[in-house]
Design a protein around this ligand. Structure first.
Ligand code: C5P
Ligand code: MG
Length: 162
């Protein structure tokens, strides 16, 4: 019987002018982007932490410190793939990913298919194993006021048969 482990991930980034808006490795057209040391892909970061959490391998900042110039402007799918590879090295595979991006605007639903495909490719999964959902904050709080974006993720790992 395969062992199953679950991990939780969350992240937040400030919005900023003259920055790209990258979500799950997809560049979303907008008149603002997200601030951060890497490419500030809030969704990739939340999923990375969920994978690391499921494998009890610490968190993204432990593996990729934001003080390390190597990760400046880095494609966050590098972090995501690395977390997946660490879980695989422990004898696990990703069973599924569920996630939510909380961003007031723009509407993201037209990018869902592209984001799911990009994440699935990075994680060596089928698109059906990757769920991405979107919510506004109904105008409330820093996300609702357009000052930040958040993402949440849950990942299930299954132990490979030995
Ligand atoms: O936040 P709210 O419940 O109003 O979102 C309704 C729907 O709008 C979501 O289920 C999602 O499909 C879509 N949405 C979106 N892009 C956002 C926020 C919400 O496409 N930035
Ligand atoms: Mg982050």
């Amino acid at each position: 019987m395969s062992r199953v482990r679950t991990g939780l991930g969350w992240d937040v980034h400030r919005t900023a002018r003259d920055r790209p808006l990258l979500l799950g490795g997809v560049r979303v057209p907008a008149d603002f982007g997200l601030e951060g040391h890497s490419d500030a892909d809030v969704l990739a970061h939340a999923i990375t932490d969920a994978i690391l959490g499921a494998a009890a391998l610490g968190d993204i900042g432990m593996h990729f410190p934001d003080t390390d110039p190597r990760w400046q402007g880095c494609d966050s799918l590098v972090f995501l793939r690395h977390a997946k590879d660490l879980a695989v090295a422990q004898g696990y595979r990703v069973a599924n990913v569920d996630s939510t991006v909380i961003l007031e605007r723009p509407k993201l639903k037209d990018y869902r298919a592209a984001i799911r495909a990009r994440l699935a490719e990075a994680l060596d999964l089928e698109i059906g194993q990757v769920s991405v959902k979107f919510k506004t904050a109904e105008g409330m709080g820093p996300v609702g006021e357009g000052r930040s974006a958040e993402a949440q993720a849950v990942v299930t790992l299954e132990e490979n048969a030995r």
